[in-house]
Design a protein around this ligand. Sequence first.
Ligand SMILES: C[S@@+](CC[C@H](N)C(=O)[O-])C[C@H]1O[C@@H](n2cnc3c(N)ncnc32)[C@H](O)[C@@H]1O
Ligand code: SF4
Length: 452
Amino acid sequence: MIETNRLDYKKDLEEVAVMFDGGDAVKVAHTQQTIGNTFIDEYLVDGTLYRFKNERVTSGLLELKRFEKRFSKLGLYSIFKQRFNAQFEWGALTGIRPVKMAYSALDFEKEFKEVFDVMPKKIELVKDIIETQRGLIDKNSEYDGLFVGIPFCPSRCTYCSFISSEIAKEKNIDEYINCLVKEINEGLKLLKNPRSIYVGGGTPVALKNEHLIAVLTALKPLLNSIKEFTVEAGRPDAINSENLKILKDFGVTRICVNPQTFSNKTLELIGRKHTAESVIEKYYLAKSYGFDINMDIIAGLTNESFLDFKNTVDTVIKLSPDNFTVHTLCLKNGSKLKEQESRLREGEITKMIDYARLKASENGYNPYYLYRQKYSASNLENVGYSKKGKECIYNIDVMEETSNNVACGANAVSKLVIPSENRIERYGNPKNIATYIQKIDEIIKSKRELYN
Ligand SMILES: C[S@@+](CC[C@H](N)C(=O)[O-])C[C@H]1O[C@@H](n2cnc3c(N)ncnc32)[C@H](O)[C@@H]1O
Ligand code: SF4
């Protein structure tokens, strides 16, 4: 429970508090004031006053605000760290994009270690990712990515908080696809230097073939200019030879066949409605069409032990996909899991994440992109691993925010990157499908204004 005179970043302070088990129940009264280059933060915590004074020369208002927030968060982190006698691998870093932050720091290793208390193994991980990304991103060039969102799934998985509805219950699919195609047609005009397409979800292949074809047909004009075309096919129970053939015929180069886990017991518990065996069957089927394949797995799923997770990693490695992505379970509003549990059991999650990294490196996979999410177990990260030369460029561009992203569909967020001003402008489409359909013309107009 935080009271602060800085309402503009109260949420960020609360985020620091919830990292600690019981931290959100501690009463904190915080004030921050800036006098010239001096930042003074005071915290009254259960009758004890803590005072921090930091000095920093900043260039302009944006940077000043960034440092006000940073020092306030760091002060609270150090009080709670002592109080709860806790330690986190990412220390006080709470942002989604540590690699992007590393790129912009003068000496990131020093800053991560000395300012943010980040452990050496995570600094090494960031260094490895920067090494993999060398030559794949160009911070001075302006590429564009195109995202297309299909927010429908065969059923809802218990842990998932993405906006996605059960396809059999959705009444507006025809209208949604019509609007999406209209938005894509207009979106194509906003792309100056496209290099990747990502059709994500949800579960794109849960669509009827005619709907899938309508979306892919709209994307056809881009095929000659892009390097990579991903469809996050996703759930093995929705993948079949018909939709795989359609994807192949329309120029898709990369798809996801996601196990999440290879334990049938867990798959049932999390509502996946497919088996471990069917993942393997669909993986080989997809491979026979010549796609690059990614597999998503999650560490920390309900009731899973280290051995369950180890088996999942070992099975993925044996199948040898081009990429695999290791997520740390996070607990978010909008998921069934959040209704059942208020906090995640940490269990052996750190051991799981370390094991995945070790096995990846032993088997020729490099970490190539990383992001963190709020409310994830032990504040750990999600990492994409890839065989050399098979990295998903779209994932890198989106995570490091080095390219514009024209995003279509409900809940899609378009981004215009302005490197000269070190800032990004965004436009978010409505989350709700009915609202998206109703406002499609307004959405198209606003996006045109963003990019022109
Ligand atoms: C947008 S989802 C789409 C994937 C596809 N529908 C599927 O389930 O196979 C992308 C990935 O996010 C991950 N994910 C979703 N919810 C998560 C959560 N609460 N914690 C950690 N990872 C999560 C899963 O690994 C999932 O494959
Ligand atoms: S994890 Fe995938 S299939 Fe499951 S509800 Fe989320 S988006 Fe749908």
